[in-house]
Design a protein around this ligand. Structure first.
Ligand SMILES: *C/C=C(C)/C=C/C=C(C)/C=C/C1=C(C)CCCC1(C)C
Length: 239
C-alpha cells in the first residue's frame, strides 16, 4: 500500500524523510536567492564570500530537487546524489575559510590542504556507505580522522592563527564557523552510524527511531544556510 502511495507521488503525513527532502529543497532555494540578491548590496571586499554562500545553497537546492524525487520514486536513500552534493559544497566551505583569512595572508597551500582533507573525508564516507558497507567501521574511522584534521586547522592550526591576526570581526566569524564545523558537522557521523549499522558493533543505532536521511537533511539545513548567514553577517560588520 505504501508503495502505491509512493508511486503516485503522495507524501504520507508521517513520511518525515519526504517531508525534510521537500522543505530542504525550498529552504536551499530561498537561501540561494537571498545570497545572490545580496551580492550587489555587499561591500566589494566580501562580495566573493557572499557569492560562494549563494553557490553552496544553489548546488544544494538542485541536489535536493533530485534527491526528493529519487526518494519518492524508489523509497531508498539517494546516496549518490548526496555525496556528489557534499563533494561540491564542502570544498566550497573550505574556500570560505580561505577567503575570510586571505587578507591576513592565507596561502593557497592551506586552501588545498583543507580541500584535500574534505575530499578524503567524503570519499571514505561514501566507500563505507555505498561500496564496502561491511567495513563501514574502518571507512568511517578514516573519514573521522580527516574530519578532525579540518577541525584542528580551524580551531588551533593555521586558519585560527590567520583569523586572529585578521582582526576581531574575522576572528569572531571564524569561531562562529568553527562551531558549525565542530558541532554542526558532527551530526553527520550520527547519520552514518544509523545508515550503516547493519552487522556492525553499533547495530543498535539502526533502531534509534530516526532515519539517516532525516539526520542528514537537518544537518544540511543548519550547516549550509547557517554557515552562509555567518558569512553574510560578517560582510555587514567588517568593512
Ligand atoms: C553541506 C554538507 C556538509 C557540511 C557535509 C558534511 C559532511 C561531513 C562532515 C561528514 C562526515 C563523515 C564522518 C566524519 C564520518 C562518517 C562518514 C561521514 C562522511 C558522514
Amino acid at each position: 500500500m505504501d508503495h502505491l502511495f509512493l508511486m503516485s507521488g503522495k507524501i504520507l503525513p508521517t513520511d518525515y524523510v519526504s517531508f525534510t527532502f521537500f522543505i530542504g529543497t525550498m529552504a536551499m532555494m530561498a537561501a540561494a536567492v537571498f545570497f545572490f540578491m545580496e551580492v550587489g548590496n555587499t561591500s566589494k571586499e566580501w562580495r566573493t564570500s557572499v557569492l560562494v554562500s549563494g553557490i553552496i545553497t544553489f548546488i544544494a537546492a538542485v541536489h535536493y530537487y533530485y534527491m526528493r524525487e529519487y526518494y519518492a520514486n524508489y523509497s531508498e536513500s539517494p546516496t549518490f546524489f548526496r555525496y556528489v552534493d557534499w563533494l561540491l559544497t564542502v570544498p566550497l566551505m573550505c574556500v570560505e575559510f580561505y577567503l575570510i583569512t586571505k587578507k591576513a595572508g592565507a596561502k593557497s597551500s592551506l586552501l588545498w590542504k583543507m580541500i584535500l582533507a574534505s575530499v578524503v573525508m567524503l570519499v571514505t564516507g561514501y566507500w563505507g556507505e555505498a561500496v564496502a558497507p561491511a567495513n563501514a567501521t574502518l571507512w568511517g574511522t578514516l573519514s573521522a580522522i580527516a574530519y578532525f584534521y579540518i577541525v584542528y586547522e580551524i580551531w588551533l592550526g593555521d586558519v585560527k592563527k590567520l583569523a586572529t591576526s585578521a582582526g576581531s570581526a574575522v576572528a569572531s566569524a571564524n569561531s562562529a564557523l568553527g562551531w558549525f564545523v565542530l558541532v554542526g558537522w558532527a551530526i553527520y557521523p550520527l547519520g552514518y552510524l544509523i545508515g550503516t549499522a547493519e552487522g556492525q558493533w553499533y547495530a543498535s543505532f539502526a533502531n534509534i527511531g530516526i532515519k539517516m536521511d532525516i539526520v542528514y537533511n537537518i544537518a544540511d539545513a543548519i550547516n549550509k544556510i547557517g554557515f552562509g548567514l555567518v558569512i553574510y553577517s560578517l560582510s555587514r560588520k567588517a568593512a
